[in-house]
Design a protein around this ligand. Structure first.
Ligand code: EPZ
Length: 421
């Protein structure tokens, strides 16, 4: 398993290009199952999760070609040969469950393995099941697989979700595009990745309104046609790299960055003493003073503070002036980066879903271990600002969500290298 060696190297300056959004692409790719015409995605990120979704779609009979060094995904689901998403793929990536809604809508049946737990939580699928059952799907859990069928096709319905689940919203919206009649989804998630998915579905001929609000209305149609869609900018990669000048000093321009994708996050950065300015190429970020100020953070569904930026923000706050309290309200176990940061001299106390961070002047490099995708990048951020060397092991977690991370950070002056393991 590869590692990444980072050496604190003072303020960092330059430009970092932001890729297409992993979490948009992982919902856009299953949309190909809804149509027998080609769907092409541009600005796709080059990530291992995208390769996993590619393998899953190919296992169902879809054709997926990766073009232009992986930035273009040309897909066609004209001849589907299976409706079963196997455990060996689903267990590697929970987002595999996003083939459930499209397969039910197109084929009237689907067998999808339960993803099983992952490092950050149990990750159940009850909200997906309730939403699709509202459309008339019969879903049974048997030997670890969800067996779903809709023999007479799906029928539109009014359904209110108990929690604004991102994935359940995506499965429901995709399924409802081909249901008979009108569907109204209440307490829908509002994440930008859902807005991007709806833009793509609309380009395919779907009739949808309300994306980005808590109520989405879908008028079912008989079929969807092909389309070409550009994947939206990755707001989590954006937020992650905005923290580079925040934690190290210097000034970095994030190419393609958009303020509308990260409102709550930017408010917190401002409160911590970080300046964010819009430029004609994206966003320019710098630290107002020599040291950031402590701020409290609570993660919430969009437009609140994103849970996917909590670990990265904790790395910043480890060196803030004062004490910060971080509340993780979305996942039950998303503080695994805390003990690793503590190895670097951070002072963090975790009690259940709350972490209290008492800032120190500077962290010290140490060997640390990545435990999940966002925790791994928070350790890289900490290492960039720490005194001495930090060796982050198990960086396969990083490859799931950050393309070319070494190259992007080297370009702004970081001392960082990947060590083959
Ligand atoms: C999406 O996961 C993202 N993944 C996650 O990003 C992100 O953290 C999460 O949304 C929240 O924003 C993708 O988009 C591929 P949820 P998802 O359904 O859809 C519980 C990353 O780092 N829940 O909104 O799985 C669930 O256990 C990843 O890029 C149920 O209880 O998130 C969690 O506690 C990590 N029952 C909470 O809701 C359900 O049926 C939020 O889950 C579904 C979810």
């Amino acid at each position: 398993m590869d590692s990444i060696l980072v050496t604190g190297n003072g303020p960092l300056n330059g430009q970092i290009p932001i890729a297409g959004a992993k979490n948009a692409c992982l919902a856009l790719m299953p949309a190909t199952l809804l149509s027998d015409e080609p769907l092409t995605l541009t600005n796709a990120p080059r990530l291992s999760d995208i390769k996993t979704m590619t393998l899953l779609l190919q296992s169902l009979g879809a054709e997926v070609s990766s073009l232009q060094d992986g930035k273009v995904l040309a897909m066609s689901s004209h001849d589907l040969t299976s409706h079963t998403a196997d455990y060996d793929i689903v267990r590697k990536m929970r987002a595999s469950n996003l083939v459930l809604g499209p397969m039910l809508a197109r084929l009237g049946q689907a067998v999808v393995s339960l993803p099983g737990g992952c490092a950050i939580g149990a990750r159940p699928m009850d909200l997906h099941i309730e939403a699709l059952a509202a459309l008339g799907a019969e879903i049974e859990l048997r030997d670890g697989y969800l067996h779903a069928k809709a023999p007479g096709g799906l029928k539109g319905a009014v359904h209110e979700m108990r929690f604004a689940s991102v994935g359940a919203t995506e499965n429901m919206v995709m399924a409802a595009t081909l249901a008979k009649g009108t569907t109204v989804l209440k307490n829908a998630a509002r994440e930008p990745e859902i807005v991007d998915l709806v833009h793509c579905l609309r380009a395919m001929g779907a009739q949808i309104a309300g994306e980005g609000t808590s109520t989405i209305e879908i008028q079912g149609v008989d079929r969807l046609h092909g389309a070409t869609h550009q994947v939206v900018t990755d707001r989590i990669e954006l937020g992650t790299y905005m923290l580079v000048p925040a934690i190290c000093g210097g000034e970095v321009e994030l190419l393609g960055g958009r303020l509308d994708l990260i409102g709550a996050f930017v408010e917190k950065l401002d409160a911590a003493g970080i300046d964010v300015a819009e430029t004609d190429k994206g966003l320019k970020v710098s630290r107002r003073n020599g040291r950031v100020s402590a701020v409290d953070v609570t993660t919430e569904p969009f437009p609140g503070f994103p849970t996917d930026l909590q670990a990265q923000m904790m790395a910043l706050l480890c060196t803030a002036e004062g004490t910060s309290v971080l509340e993780e309200k979305i996942f039950e176990n998303r503080f695994m980066h805390a003990p690793e940061l503590t190895r670097m001299g951070a002072r963090i106390e975790v009690h259940g879903g709350t972490a209290t961070v008492r800032g120190v002047e500077r962290l010290k490099g140490a060997p640390v271990m990545a435990t999940d995708l966002r925790a791994s990048v928070s350790l890289i951020l900490a290492g960039l600002a720490a005194e001495g060397e930090t060796l982050v092991s198990r960086v396969y977690h990083l490859d799931r969500g950050y393309e070319h991370v070494v190259q992007k950070l080297e370009a702004v002056g970081a001392k960082i290298e990947r060590i083959k393991g």
